[in-house]
Design a protein around this ligand. Structure first.
Ligand code: FAD
Length: 283
């Protein structure tokens, strides 16, 4: 199919983008990499009157080191992060996550801001940014506001943006020393969205776990914080964790399964989390 007719605008500054969004309200759609929006336009699941293409706004591709991390412009593409053409202060977590997104052609066009705004809980960035406690900076003609990544995805393909707001940047805190990251994506084949996706940050002092952050994707409409793993794994060496107890903690964070398919998915999320914890295959 082909999209319904729309007016196309390609402004060169953030000020012009937010002015257009203000004038148009919910009848305008931002176009970033187009990797999610264009299929929706073609299937006529989205029928905006106006497309505002943000790929001509240089400011949205800026990357700056800040006092406590790195600020990525919303239009930074996944492959720039994968290839480390932009700074990474997470000791490889961001490049590893980027490398798992779709295919290379998608990573060359798709943007960090577009992925977050699309708000799919099976996508990499919403989960990674929630785990890292990143901040999403949103701009409108009223000014800018900061939204914690953990509060940005509100439901199925639903984000916390007002109709006239643009994501301009994402502030990603540097990963503290003593914290190690783990990530595991379970998908039927490379290039697919995740059937399950887990990111863990484990802090250890003298061989003993002192803090665990664990987030799960594709398990519900929003990124899922499996906070019970912190209590479970704290105060002992990570190697002492048992697969069965990690699977049980993940299962307790999910709705009770009633069908074989739901049982399988619960198990899949548990195994994905176990693998993200990098504790090997001991039982
Ligand atoms: P667009 O498609 O241009 O926009 C997406 C939505 O966000 C639109 O509603 C748009 O209006 C809005 N938007 C875009 N930028 C902004 C902004 N700055 N502020 C406010 N709103 C904005 N993703 C994964 O995470 N993992 C995968 O494994 C994966 N596999 C894929 C496989 C295929 C075959 C395809 C086609 C896509 C896949 N994707 C995957 C999605 C891909 O990562 C997209 O790049 C991403 O979801 C959207 O980014 P985009 O820049 O292309 O945004």
């Amino acid at each position: 199919m082909k999209p319904a007719p729309f007016e196309y605008r390609a402004p060169g500054t953030v000020a012009e983008v937010v002015e257009l969004l203000h004038e148009q309200g919910d009848s305008a759609k931002i176009l970033a990499g187009g990797q999610s929006l264009v299929p929706m336009l073609n299937m006529r699941l989205a029928r905006p009157d106006m497309i505002v293409d943000i790929s001509h706004v240089p400011q949205l591709r800026d990357v700056q080191i800040t006092a406590d991390g790195c600020r990525y412009g919303a239009a930074v593409v996944h492959s720039a992060i994968e290839d480390q053409r932009v700074p990474d202060l997470t000791r490889g977590l961001l490049p590893a996550a980027a490398a798992g997104i779709g295919y290379r052609a998608i990573r060359n066009r798709g943007t960090i801001g577009g992925s977050l705004s699309h708000a799919a809980s099976s996508a990499e960035w919403p989960i990674v940014m929630a785990a890292l406690d990143a901040t999403i900076i949103c701009q409108s003609i009223r000014g800018s506001r900061n939204v914690p990544a953990r509060e940005f995805v509100l439901g199925f393909l639903t984000n916390a943006l007002e109709d006239d707001e643009l994501v301009t940047e994402v502030d990603v805190p540097a990963l503290a020393s003593g914290v190690s990251w783990g990530l595991h994506k379970t998908a039927r084949k490379p290039g697919e969205f995740a059937d399950s996706f887990a990111v863990t940050l484990v802090e250890e002092t003298e061989g003993v776990v002192t803090n665990v952050v664990a987030w799960l994707g594709a398990a519900s409409d929003v990124p899922l914080n499996v906070d019970t793993l912190d209590g479970l794994l704290r105060s002992r060496p990570l190697q002492e964790a048992r697969k069965s107890e990690v699977l049980a903690a993940v299962a307790a964070s999910l709705p009770e399964p009633h069908t074989k398919d739901e049982e399988y998915r619960t198990h899949l999320h548990g195994v994905t989390m176990w693998r993200a914890l990098h504790v090997g295959e001991a039982t």
